[in-house]
Design a protein around this ligand. Structure first.
Ligand SMILES: [Zn+2]
Length: 233
């Protein structure tokens, strides 16, 4: 059986400079799913709620990153404040939108000097998409892990998604090649595999192991699911 391994794509940085008014965000829950052919599939997401039309797509994610159009800049590595405890604990939830590992409150990590942001961002959860949502030079990767953060002063992801600087998501591209040697990634995959029925698996891992040294792309974009708020670095 093939198992994906985590890799960071080495590349330069891309900026999207245009700053416009933030989209209105629907405050009630919008129902959506990935069951293609249903009325709530991705082809219908834009019409689920009038507030999800979202600024005519001025900063909508995902995007196709054309490496020849990116600008190279010297930025610091992505890192977190030092915490003595190595492993973080969290609970896996499979909700029809994906398999999310939500970290317990006392275990959450805080970013340090995250580029193009002011203030601290708290790592709330991680999940994956397959294939990757973003393209690089027109091509998908086999998958991507998303590490979702909210700005500390906004208190939570729901409290942050309607703020221009509310959310930071780190994406780690995946490829398929035998068994992964990444301990943190294996713990996540094992936790998802072990999940059965309503019982939520508890998983311990160190998300810092998922980030490799290397270059990365960064730009100002949006949530990729309703309400598509343009609040994501
Ligand atoms: Zn995602």
């Amino acid at each position: 059986m093939l198992i994906p391994i985590a890799v960071v794509v080495v590349a330069t940085n891309v900026y999207v400079a245009a700053e416009r008014a933030l989209c209105p965000v629907s405050l009630h829950k919008v129902h959506f799913n990935y069951h293609f052919g249903s009325m709530h599939d991705p082809f219908h997401w834009y019409e689920l709620d009038k507030n999800t039309h979202c600024c005519n797509g001025s900063k909508q994610s995902p995007i196709n990153i054309e490496t020849q159009d990116t600008k190279c800049a010297k930025l610091g590595a992505i890192q977190y404040e030092f915490k003595r405890r190595r492993q973080l604990r969290g609970r896996i939830r499979i909700n029809g939108h994906g398999a999310t590992l939500a970290f317990f409150k006392q275990d959450r990590l805080v970013t340090k000097d995250f580029p193009f942001t002011n203030g601290e961002y708290v790592l709330a959860s991680m999940h994956f998409h397959s294939p990757s949502e973003h393209l690089v030079n027109g091509r998908h990767h086999a998958g991507v892990l998303h590490l979702s953060h909210y700005k500390k002063e906004y208190g939570s992801i729901p409290g942050a998604i309607d703020k221009a600087d509310g959310v930071v998501v780190i994406g780690v591209f995946l490829r398929v090649r035998g068994k992964s040697e990444n301990n943190a990634f294996n713990r996540y995959v094992d936790g998802v595999s072990a999940q059965k029925g309503d019982k939520h698996e508890i998983v311990s891992l160190d998300p810092r192991e998922l980030l490799r040294d290397g270059d990365y792309y960064t730009y100002k974009g949006s949530l990729t699911t309703p309400p598509f708020s343009e609040s994501v670095r």
